[in-house]
Ligand binder design. Structure first.
Ligand SMILES: [Zn+2]
Length: 351
Protein backbone atom coordinates (compact mmCIF):
# COMPACT_ATOMS: atom_id res chain seq x y z
CA UNK A 1 0.00 0.00 0.00
CA UNK A 2 1.36 3.36 -1.09
CA UNK A 3 0.93 6.29 1.24
CA UNK A 4 2.17 9.85 1.35
CA UNK A 5 2.79 11.36 4.74
CA UNK A 6 3.26 15.07 5.19
CA UNK A 7 5.96 16.09 7.62
CA UNK A 8 7.38 19.41 8.69
CA UNK A 9 10.40 20.47 6.72
CA UNK A 10 13.26 22.53 8.06
CA UNK A 11 11.77 25.74 6.79
CA UNK A 12 8.44 24.88 8.34
CA UNK A 13 10.10 24.14 11.65
CA UNK A 14 11.92 27.45 11.62
CA UNK A 15 8.74 29.23 10.62
CA UNK A 16 6.86 27.58 13.40
CA UNK A 17 9.47 28.61 15.89
CA UNK A 18 9.45 32.13 14.43
CA UNK A 19 5.92 32.58 15.64
CA UNK A 20 4.17 32.04 12.39
CA UNK A 21 1.57 29.87 13.96
CA UNK A 22 -1.08 32.31 12.91
CA UNK A 23 -0.11 32.06 9.31
CA UNK A 24 0.11 28.25 9.58
CA UNK A 25 -3.39 28.08 10.89
CA UNK A 26 -4.51 30.48 8.22
CA UNK A 27 -2.98 28.26 5.61
CA UNK A 28 -4.72 25.21 6.97
CA UNK A 29 -7.91 27.20 7.03
CA UNK A 30 -7.49 27.96 3.35
CA UNK A 31 -7.03 24.26 2.66
CA UNK A 32 -10.06 23.32 4.64
CA UNK A 33 -12.02 25.99 2.92
CA UNK A 34 -10.96 24.42 -0.37
CA UNK A 35 -11.20 27.84 -1.98
CA UNK A 36 -7.71 27.97 -3.45
CA UNK A 37 -6.16 24.52 -3.54
CA UNK A 38 -3.19 25.62 -5.65
CA UNK A 39 -2.35 28.41 -3.28
CA UNK A 40 -2.62 25.95 -0.43
CA UNK A 41 -0.25 23.57 -2.13
CA UNK A 42 2.29 26.32 -2.59
CA UNK A 43 2.04 27.30 1.02
CA UNK A 44 2.30 23.72 2.18
CA UNK A 45 5.30 23.13 -0.04
CA UNK A 46 6.97 26.15 1.49
CA UNK A 47 6.63 24.90 4.98
CA UNK A 48 6.19 21.16 4.69
CA UNK A 49 7.82 18.25 2.93
CA UNK A 50 6.49 14.78 2.25
CA UNK A 51 7.69 11.21 2.41
CA UNK A 52 6.39 8.20 0.51
CA UNK A 53 5.77 4.91 2.24
CA UNK A 54 5.40 1.57 0.46
CA UNK A 55 4.12 -1.25 2.64
CA UNK A 56 5.05 0.85 5.66
CA UNK A 57 8.67 1.16 4.40
CA UNK A 58 9.88 4.58 3.36
CA UNK A 59 10.82 4.75 -0.32
CA UNK A 60 12.21 7.37 -2.65
CA UNK A 61 10.06 9.63 -4.68
CA UNK A 62 7.77 8.73 -7.57
CA UNK A 63 9.82 7.84 -10.68
CA UNK A 64 9.34 6.34 -14.11
CA UNK A 65 10.15 2.66 -13.85
CA UNK A 66 11.15 0.49 -16.77
CA UNK A 67 9.83 -3.07 -16.39
CA UNK A 68 10.68 -6.06 -18.53
CA UNK A 69 8.11 -8.84 -18.10
CA UNK A 70 7.27 -7.22 -14.75
CA UNK A 71 10.89 -7.09 -13.56
CA UNK A 72 12.26 -3.62 -12.84
CA UNK A 73 15.31 -2.87 -14.97
CA UNK A 74 15.79 0.71 -13.84
CA UNK A 75 14.18 3.98 -12.99
CA UNK A 76 14.52 7.59 -14.04
CA UNK A 77 12.80 10.87 -13.47
CA UNK A 78 12.32 11.21 -17.21
CA UNK A 79 10.42 8.57 -19.20
CA UNK A 80 12.08 9.71 -22.44
CA UNK A 81 15.47 8.80 -20.96
CA UNK A 82 14.27 5.21 -20.39
CA UNK A 83 12.88 4.97 -23.89
CA UNK A 84 16.19 6.25 -25.20
CA UNK A 85 18.04 3.52 -23.31
CA UNK A 86 15.80 0.83 -24.83
CA UNK A 87 16.31 2.28 -28.29
CA UNK A 88 20.04 2.26 -27.69
CA UNK A 89 20.05 -1.43 -26.72
CA UNK A 90 17.98 -2.31 -29.82
CA UNK A 91 20.09 -0.13 -32.11
CA UNK A 92 23.19 -2.06 -31.06
CA UNK A 93 21.83 -5.01 -33.08
CA UNK A 94 20.87 -3.02 -36.14
CA UNK A 95 22.90 -3.09 -39.33
CA UNK A 96 22.49 -1.38 -42.69
CA UNK A 97 20.37 -4.38 -43.73
CA UNK A 98 18.02 -4.28 -40.74
CA UNK A 99 14.43 -3.58 -41.71
CA UNK A 100 12.71 -4.20 -38.37
CA UNK A 101 13.56 -4.75 -34.73
CA UNK A 102 11.44 -5.73 -31.76
CA UNK A 103 11.76 -6.83 -28.18
CA UNK A 104 10.21 -10.22 -27.41
CA UNK A 105 9.45 -9.37 -23.76
CA UNK A 106 6.66 -7.09 -22.57
CA UNK A 107 8.19 -3.73 -21.76
CA UNK A 108 6.33 -1.08 -19.78
CA UNK A 109 7.22 2.29 -18.35
CA UNK A 110 5.07 3.27 -15.39
CA UNK A 111 5.27 6.06 -12.88
CA UNK A 112 5.30 4.76 -9.38
CA UNK A 113 7.14 4.67 -6.12
CA UNK A 114 10.47 2.91 -6.49
CA UNK A 115 12.24 0.47 -4.21
CA UNK A 116 15.70 1.62 -3.08
CA UNK A 117 17.56 -1.20 -4.95
CA UNK A 118 16.34 -0.31 -8.43
CA UNK A 119 19.09 0.95 -10.77
CA UNK A 120 19.14 4.68 -11.49
CA UNK A 121 22.43 4.93 -13.31
CA UNK A 122 22.16 4.72 -17.10
CA UNK A 123 25.12 2.33 -17.43
CA UNK A 124 23.58 0.02 -14.81
CA UNK A 125 20.22 0.05 -16.58
CA UNK A 126 21.89 -0.80 -19.91
CA UNK A 127 23.73 -3.67 -18.18
CA UNK A 128 20.42 -4.97 -16.78
CA UNK A 129 18.84 -4.91 -20.25
CA UNK A 130 21.76 -6.55 -22.04
CA UNK A 131 22.02 -10.33 -22.65
CA UNK A 132 23.09 -12.02 -19.44
CA UNK A 133 21.87 -8.99 -17.51
CA UNK A 134 19.54 -11.06 -15.40
CA UNK A 135 15.75 -11.18 -15.12
CA UNK A 136 15.25 -7.90 -16.94
CA UNK A 137 17.48 -8.73 -19.93
CA UNK A 138 15.92 -7.90 -23.28
CA UNK A 139 15.65 -10.34 -26.19
CA UNK A 140 16.00 -8.29 -29.36
CA UNK A 141 14.79 -9.82 -32.61
CA UNK A 142 16.01 -8.10 -35.75
CA UNK A 143 15.06 -8.89 -39.35
CA UNK A 144 17.51 -8.21 -42.14
CA UNK A 145 16.92 -8.24 -45.87
CA UNK A 146 20.02 -8.94 -47.95
CA UNK A 147 20.08 -8.83 -51.74
CA UNK A 148 22.50 -10.69 -53.96
CA UNK A 149 22.78 -11.63 -57.59
CA UNK A 150 22.56 -15.27 -58.62
CA UNK A 151 23.15 -17.12 -61.85
CA UNK A 152 20.15 -18.72 -63.56
CA UNK A 153 21.66 -21.60 -65.54
CA UNK A 154 20.39 -22.18 -69.06
CA UNK A 155 18.71 -25.43 -69.93
CA UNK A 156 19.37 -27.70 -72.87
CA UNK A 157 16.58 -27.99 -75.39
CA UNK A 158 16.67 -30.83 -77.89
CA UNK A 159 14.99 -30.45 -81.26
CA UNK A 160 14.66 -33.26 -83.79
CA UNK A 161 16.52 -32.99 -87.08
CA UNK A 162 15.41 -35.44 -89.76
CA UNK A 163 18.38 -34.46 -91.94
CA UNK A 164 20.88 -35.98 -89.48
CA UNK A 165 21.39 -39.62 -88.58
CA UNK A 166 20.12 -41.13 -85.36
CA UNK A 167 22.84 -40.70 -82.72
CA UNK A 168 24.22 -37.53 -84.28
CA UNK A 169 23.72 -34.16 -82.63
CA UNK A 170 24.90 -30.60 -82.99
CA UNK A 171 24.51 -27.27 -81.24
CA UNK A 172 22.25 -24.84 -83.08
CA UNK A 173 22.72 -21.87 -80.72
CA UNK A 174 21.94 -20.27 -77.41
CA UNK A 175 23.46 -21.42 -74.15
CA UNK A 176 23.63 -18.19 -72.15
CA UNK A 177 23.10 -18.02 -68.41
CA UNK A 178 20.58 -15.56 -66.96
CA UNK A 179 20.72 -13.57 -63.73
CA UNK A 180 18.36 -12.84 -60.89
CA UNK A 181 18.29 -10.70 -57.79
CA UNK A 182 17.66 -12.82 -54.70
CA UNK A 183 16.34 -11.27 -51.51
CA UNK A 184 17.24 -13.24 -48.40
CA UNK A 185 15.52 -12.66 -45.05
CA UNK A 186 17.67 -13.23 -41.98
CA UNK A 187 16.13 -13.34 -38.51
CA UNK A 188 18.57 -12.71 -35.66
CA UNK A 189 18.15 -12.95 -31.92
CA UNK A 190 20.48 -10.60 -30.05
CA UNK A 191 22.60 -10.45 -33.19
CA UNK A 192 22.91 -14.23 -33.66
CA UNK A 193 21.43 -15.78 -36.78
CA UNK A 194 18.39 -17.87 -36.00
CA UNK A 195 16.76 -18.49 -39.38
CA UNK A 196 17.28 -17.67 -43.01
CA UNK A 197 14.95 -17.95 -45.97
CA UNK A 198 14.60 -16.75 -49.52
CA UNK A 199 12.10 -13.92 -49.42
CA UNK A 200 11.82 -13.23 -53.14
CA UNK A 201 13.51 -13.10 -56.51
CA UNK A 202 13.51 -10.65 -59.38
CA UNK A 203 14.64 -11.74 -62.83
CA UNK A 204 17.37 -9.48 -64.17
CA UNK A 205 18.08 -11.43 -67.33
CA UNK A 206 16.35 -14.50 -68.72
CA UNK A 207 18.62 -17.44 -69.58
CA UNK A 208 18.82 -18.46 -73.24
CA UNK A 209 18.44 -22.19 -73.64
CA UNK A 210 21.08 -24.18 -75.48
CA UNK A 211 19.38 -25.66 -78.54
CA UNK A 212 20.75 -28.97 -79.73
CA UNK A 213 19.57 -30.68 -82.89
CA UNK A 214 19.27 -34.45 -82.58
CA UNK A 215 19.29 -36.60 -85.68
CA UNK A 216 16.26 -38.81 -86.28
CA UNK A 217 17.11 -40.28 -89.68
CA UNK A 218 17.73 -44.01 -89.59
CA UNK A 219 21.40 -44.63 -90.20
CA UNK A 220 22.22 -46.98 -93.09
CA UNK A 221 24.56 -49.74 -92.01
CA UNK A 222 27.21 -48.49 -94.39
CA UNK A 223 27.07 -44.81 -93.39
CA UNK A 224 30.21 -43.30 -91.94
CA UNK A 225 30.45 -42.31 -88.28
CA UNK A 226 33.44 -40.09 -88.92
CA UNK A 227 35.32 -42.17 -86.36
CA UNK A 228 37.65 -45.09 -87.00
CA UNK A 229 38.32 -48.48 -85.46
CA UNK A 230 41.43 -50.63 -85.78
CA UNK A 231 41.07 -52.62 -89.01
CA UNK A 232 42.77 -55.75 -87.73
CA UNK A 233 43.80 -57.54 -84.54
CA UNK A 234 47.49 -57.81 -83.91
CA UNK A 235 50.64 -56.16 -82.69
CA UNK A 236 51.67 -52.82 -84.20
CA UNK A 237 55.15 -53.43 -85.55
CA UNK A 238 55.72 -50.04 -87.18
CA UNK A 239 54.35 -46.62 -86.35
CA UNK A 240 53.50 -43.54 -88.40
CA UNK A 241 56.29 -41.16 -89.36
CA UNK A 242 60.04 -41.31 -89.80
CA UNK A 243 61.72 -44.70 -89.49
CA UNK A 244 65.09 -46.17 -90.36
CA UNK A 245 64.66 -49.37 -92.31
CA UNK A 246 66.45 -51.45 -94.89
CA UNK A 247 63.23 -51.58 -96.93
CA UNK A 248 60.51 -49.05 -97.73
CA UNK A 249 60.52 -45.30 -97.34
CA UNK A 250 62.04 -43.51 -94.42
CA UNK A 251 58.77 -41.69 -93.79
CA UNK A 252 56.09 -44.25 -92.89
CA UNK A 253 52.66 -43.04 -94.03
CA UNK A 254 50.61 -45.45 -91.88
CA UNK A 255 50.92 -48.14 -89.27
CA UNK A 256 51.74 -51.85 -89.69
CA UNK A 257 49.61 -54.43 -87.89
CA UNK A 258 51.24 -57.88 -87.85
CA UNK A 259 49.05 -60.98 -88.12
CA UNK A 260 48.51 -64.34 -89.74
CA UNK A 261 48.00 -65.14 -93.36
CA UNK A 262 44.29 -64.90 -94.25
CA UNK A 263 43.34 -62.98 -91.12
CA UNK A 264 40.35 -60.63 -91.45
CA UNK A 265 40.87 -56.99 -92.41
CA UNK A 266 37.83 -54.84 -91.58
CA UNK A 267 36.69 -51.43 -92.83
CA UNK A 268 37.76 -48.83 -90.25
CA UNK A 269 34.49 -46.93 -90.94
CA UNK A 270 31.53 -47.19 -93.27
CA UNK A 271 31.96 -46.05 -96.85
CA UNK A 272 32.46 -47.10 -100.44
CA UNK A 273 35.25 -49.29 -101.83
CA UNK A 274 36.93 -47.04 -104.41
CA UNK A 275 40.00 -49.13 -105.26
CA UNK A 276 41.03 -52.77 -105.11
CA UNK A 277 44.13 -53.68 -107.07
CA UNK A 278 47.91 -53.85 -107.16
CA UNK A 279 48.74 -50.69 -109.12
CA UNK A 280 50.42 -48.80 -106.26
CA UNK A 281 54.14 -49.50 -106.11
CA UNK A 282 55.19 -51.37 -102.97
CA UNK A 283 51.63 -51.65 -101.59
CA UNK A 284 50.94 -55.07 -103.11
CA UNK A 285 47.21 -55.80 -103.10
CA UNK A 286 45.69 -52.51 -101.90
CA UNK A 287 42.04 -51.82 -101.10
CA UNK A 288 40.78 -48.28 -100.45
CA UNK A 289 37.54 -47.16 -98.80
CA UNK A 290 36.26 -43.58 -99.21
CA UNK A 291 34.18 -42.41 -96.28
CA UNK A 292 31.26 -39.96 -96.29
CA UNK A 293 33.43 -37.07 -95.03
CA UNK A 294 35.90 -37.56 -97.90
CA UNK A 295 38.60 -39.35 -95.90
CA UNK A 296 40.09 -42.41 -97.62
CA UNK A 297 41.54 -45.41 -95.77
CA UNK A 298 44.21 -47.71 -97.28
CA UNK A 299 44.68 -51.40 -96.43
CA UNK A 300 47.82 -52.80 -98.12
CA UNK A 301 49.78 -56.09 -98.66
CA UNK A 302 46.47 -58.02 -98.72
CA UNK A 303 46.42 -61.69 -99.62
CA UNK A 304 42.97 -61.29 -101.24
CA UNK A 305 40.03 -58.92 -101.46
CA UNK A 306 36.59 -59.73 -99.98
CA UNK A 307 34.76 -56.53 -101.07
CA UNK A 308 34.66 -55.12 -104.59
CA UNK A 309 35.04 -51.64 -106.05
CA UNK A 310 31.74 -49.71 -105.93
CA UNK A 311 30.45 -51.76 -102.99
CA UNK A 312 29.33 -49.91 -99.86
CA UNK A 313 30.67 -51.48 -96.71
CA UNK A 314 29.80 -51.04 -93.05
CA UNK A 315 32.24 -50.20 -90.31
CA UNK A 316 33.78 -53.46 -89.11
CA UNK A 317 32.77 -55.35 -92.26
CA UNK A 318 35.47 -57.73 -93.59
CA UNK A 319 36.87 -56.29 -96.85
CA UNK A 320 40.13 -58.22 -97.31
CA UNK A 321 42.43 -60.89 -95.90
CA UNK A 322 45.91 -60.27 -94.59
CA UNK A 323 48.98 -61.23 -96.65
CA UNK A 324 52.52 -60.11 -97.53
CA UNK A 325 52.13 -58.93 -101.13
CA UNK A 326 54.22 -55.97 -102.34
CA UNK A 327 57.20 -54.82 -100.31
CA UNK A 328 56.62 -56.60 -96.99
CA UNK A 329 59.02 -58.38 -94.70
CA UNK A 330 56.20 -60.43 -93.13
CA UNK A 331 52.41 -60.93 -93.06
CA UNK A 332 50.84 -57.62 -91.98
CA UNK A 333 48.28 -54.95 -92.85
CA UNK A 334 49.70 -51.54 -93.72
CA UNK A 335 46.91 -49.11 -92.76
CA UNK A 336 46.65 -45.44 -93.74
CA UNK A 337 44.09 -42.71 -93.17
CA UNK A 338 44.23 -39.89 -95.71
CA UNK A 339 42.54 -36.59 -94.95
CA UNK A 340 42.34 -34.28 -97.97
CA UNK A 341 44.77 -36.68 -99.63
CA UNK A 342 47.41 -36.34 -96.91
CA UNK A 343 48.26 -39.28 -94.63
CA UNK A 344 47.71 -38.65 -90.91
CA UNK A 345 48.71 -40.74 -87.89
CA UNK A 346 45.88 -43.31 -87.47
CA UNK A 347 46.67 -43.71 -83.77
CA UNK A 348 45.89 -40.01 -83.31
CA UNK A 349 42.37 -40.52 -84.67
CA UNK A 350 41.27 -44.08 -83.79
CA UNK A 351 39.02 -44.17 -80.75
ZN1 LIG B 1 53.54 -50.03 -93.59
Amino acid sequence: MLSIRWVCGELAARARNAALRGAWRAALAIVSAGAAAIAAGLVLNSFMSYAIYLDEEPVDELLYVLEVDGKAAGAASDSAALEGIISGVMDAYSTDDTVSARVLETVRVTRRAVEAGVARDEADIIANLSPGGGEAALTVETVELVQSEAVVPFEVEYVPNDQAYDGESGVIGGGKNGAMLVTTERVLINGRLRSIRQAGTVTLEEPVNLVVAVGTKTRPATASYGEYIMPADGRITSYFGYRASSIGSSNHQGIDIAGKLGQEIRAADGGEVVYAGSGYSGYGNLIQVRHDNGDVTYYAHCDEFVAAVGERVARGQVIARMGRTGVASGVHCHFEIRVDGEPVDPLGIIK
